[in-house]
Design a protein around this ligand. Structure first.
Ligand code: AMP
Length: 210
């Protein structure tokens, strides 16, 4: 099963993707994590992406599409995957179609803007494996250390309040139109993302299986 998790920054896509990928034994593919890794390693894609990421803007379609295309060609993605943070524009969604990628379900995790800024200030991410945490709702067992891989858990530079506002604006302008795009294809299911992590996971799994 090939799925897309759609939602504003901080809606919980990464957290829910971690839960669902374990349950279904398919990889969660986060273009944000891959781009952060590329920036860290100083690759061509990373060099092209950094200034956009720091400003809370979208990285140009051709850069992200290239990164994604290589990732979904890997063996572990043959039996399905969850895309977290891709597509973020209609041209990216069209690029998936051109690649011949069949999408089975698009799960929107719906969180109103007013909840997002508060959430983002507590969000932390493992700089090694990309797992996401929250200082209140999903703390690490040992402060600052990833439960999964032992990497350092840090605040993302683009989670500062002013960048979050820019990212939300970008989401509404460029990414939210994907709801209509997938609704018109009968693929969109929407679940509320405001009821806590476990409740949201139940709703997401029900939406996927339903
Ligand atoms: P995320 O971790 O999904 O919040 O992504 C972090 C940042 O990476 C975004 O604010 C964008 O700058 C960039 N990014 C991630 N995925 C995409 C995408 N599909 N298209 C364009 N930019 C992206």
């Amino acid at each position: 099963m090939n799925m897309i998790f759609l939602g504003a920054p901080g809606a919980g896509k990464g957290t829910q993707a971690e839960v669902v990928c374990k349950e279904l034994n398919i990889p969660a593919i986060s273009t944000g994590n891959m781009l952060r890794e590329a920036v860290k390693n100083g690759t061509d894609a990373g060099l092209a992406a950094k200034k956009y990421m720091d400003a809370g803007d979208l990285v140009p379609d051709e850069v992200v599409i290239g990164v994604l295309k290589d990732r979904i060609a890997q063996d572990d993605a043959k039996n399905g995957f969850i895309l977290d943070g891709f597509p973020r524009t209609v041209p990216q969604a069209e690029a998936l179609e051109k690649m011949g990628v069949q999408i089975d379900k698009v799960v929107e995790i719906d969180v109103p803007d007013e909840n997002i800024t508060a959430r983002m200030s507590g969000r932390r991410v493992c700089e090694k494996c990309g797992n996401s945490y929250h200082i209140e709702h999903k703390p690490t067992k040992v402060e600052g250390i990833c439960d999964a891989c032992g990497g350092n858990v840090v605040q993302r530079v683009d989670d500062k309040p002013e960048t979050v506002i820019a990212r939300l604006k970008t989401y509404h302008e460029k990414t939210a139109p994907l709801k209509d795009f997938y609704q018109s294809k009968g693929k969109l299911v929407s679940v509320p993302g405001t009821n806590g992590i476990e409740e949201t996971s139940k709703a997401v799994l029900a939406a996927i299986k339903g």
